[in-house]
Design a protein around this ligand. Structure first.
Ligand code: GTP
Ligand code: NA
Ligand code: MG
Length: 303
C-alpha cells in the first residue's frame, strides 16, 4: 500500500429520469458527441460512462457522467446507479412533466442522500411548461431557488444545445458546496462495474468506475464472479490508457467472464487470489440457487 493521502477527485454525476425525457441526448450535448442515433430503437441498453472537461473560473475541471436507461426493466440497475454517484441530474421533459420514473429516480437519489440538480429538458417544444415542472417537484421536496428553496433548476434543450454550460456550472457549484470529493489514488484500485458485454473480438469487456486507488494494465482483478488480469484499457473515446485514477471510467479487457452492472471490483496482489475469490463467490451463488430450486420443488410437492 502506498501513501495514505486523500486527493481531490472529479465528481461522479448520474443522469436519471423518466424514459425518453432526454438523458442520453443531454449527455450527448454535454459530450458534444452523438450516441443517441446509434442506439437500437433509441432506448439505452446499458449504462454508459464518460468523463468530460469543463472550464470553471479559469480552471479545467473533470466531471464523470453516467447515463442510465429509462426502461422499467432497468429499475434495479438504476438503484445501483445512485450508489456510485455524488450528484444526480434529474432530467424532466418540460412537455411531459413528472412521470412515474421521475419520482422513482428522485426517491433513489434522496434515499442515498445524493444532491439533485434538475434539468428541465425540451424547453424548445411548443407545449413546454417549465414552471409546471417546478411546481410539481415542490411536492417532492425539490424547491427551486427562485421559490426560496435550495434546489437548482436549469431549463435546457439538449436538442438545441441550450443552457448546457449553465447545467454543468450548476453541477460544479453543487460539487463545491460541501461534498467531500477525495480518494486515495496510491493504492490498489477498487470500484464498480457500470456495464459489461461480450465482444466478438475482445472477449469480456467491462466499463468500470474507479472509486479509489489506481487501476493499471497488468493488475489482477476480480469483479463479481469474473476474474483475470487487466489486458488493456480504453477511455470513452476508444483511446488506450495505461492507468486510471479515482472517478475515471474505463473499459477493461481481460476478464474471464462478463460481470454484472453494479458488481464491485477489487485489484488483488496475485492472480491466484482474484481467481479464488471469484470461484468462492460462484460456489456461493450456485448453492443459493440450488437451495432456491429445492425449496420450490418441495413447496410444489406439498401444496
Ligand atoms: P431512455 O434511455 O430510453 O430512457 O431515453 P432518454 O431519456 O435517454 O431519452 P433520449 O435522449 O433517447 O431522447 C428521447 C427522445 O427525445 C429522442 O427522440 C430525442 O431526440 C428527444 N429529445 C431529447 N432531448 C430533446 C430536446 O431538448 N428537445 C426535443 N425537442 N427533443 C429532445
Ligand atoms: Na430513449
Ligand atoms: Mg437513454
Amino acid at each position: 500500500e502506498g501513501d495514505d493521502v486523500l486527493e481531490i477527485r472529479p465528481p461522479v454525476v448520474t443522469v436519471m429520469g423518466h424514459v425518453d425525457h432526454g438523458k442520453t441526448r443531454l449527455l450527448d450535448a454535454i459530450r458534444n458527441a452523438n450516441v443517441v442515433e446509434g442506439e437500437a430503437g433509441g432506448i439505452t441498453q446499458h449504462i454508459g460512462a464518460y468523463q468530460v472537461w469543463h472550464e470553471h473560473e479559469g480552471i479545467e475541471r473533470a466531471i464523470t457522467f453516467i447515463d442510465t436507461p429509462g426502461h422499467e426493466a432497468f429499475t434495479a440497475m438504476r438503484a445501483r446507479g445512485a450508489q456510485v454517484t455524488d450528484i444526480a441530474i434529474l432530467v424532466v421533459a418540460a412537455d411531459d412533466g413528472i412521470m412515474p420514473q421521475t419520482v422513482e429516480a428522485l426517491n433513489h437519489a434522496q434515499a442515498a442522500n445524493v444532491p439533485i440538480v434538475v434539468a428541465v429538458n425540451k424547453v424548445d417544444k411548443e407545449d413546454a411548461n417549465p414552471s409546471k415542472v417546478r411546481a410539481q417537484l415542490t411536492e417532492y421536496g425539490l424547491v427551486a431557488e427562485e421559490f426560496g428553496g435550495d434546489t437548482m433548476f436549469v431549463d435546457v434543450s439538449a436538442r438545441n444545445n441550450l443552457n448546457i454550460d449553465s447545467l454543468i456550472e450548476a453541477v460544479l457549484l453543487t460539487a463545491d458546496a460541501g461534498l467531500d470529493l477525495r480518494a486515495n489514488p496510491n493504492k490498489e484500485a477498487r470500484g464498480i462495474a457500470i456495464e459489461a458485454k461480450l465482444d466478438k473480438g475482445r472477449g469480456a469487456v467491462a466499463t468500470v468506475l474507479i472509486q479509489s486507488g489506481t487501476l493499471r494494465v497488468g493488475d489482477p482483478i476480480v469483479a463479481g464472479t469474473a476474474y483475470g488480469r487487466v489486458r488493456a484499457m480504453l477511455d470513452e473515446n476508444g483511446q488506450v490508457v495505461t492507468e486510471a485514477e479515482p472517478s475515471r471510467p474505463v473499459q477493461v479487457q481481460g476478464l474471464s467472464s462478463v460481470p454484472r452492472a453494479g458488481d464491485t471490483f477489487i485489484v488483488t496482489e496475485e492472480d491466484r487470489t482474484a481467481r479464488q475469490i471469484a470461484e468462492k463467490r460462484e460456489a456461493v451463488e450456485r448453492n443459493a440457487s440450488l437451495a432456491k430450486s429445492r425449496k420450490r420443488i418441495s413447496l410444489e410437492d406439498f401444496t
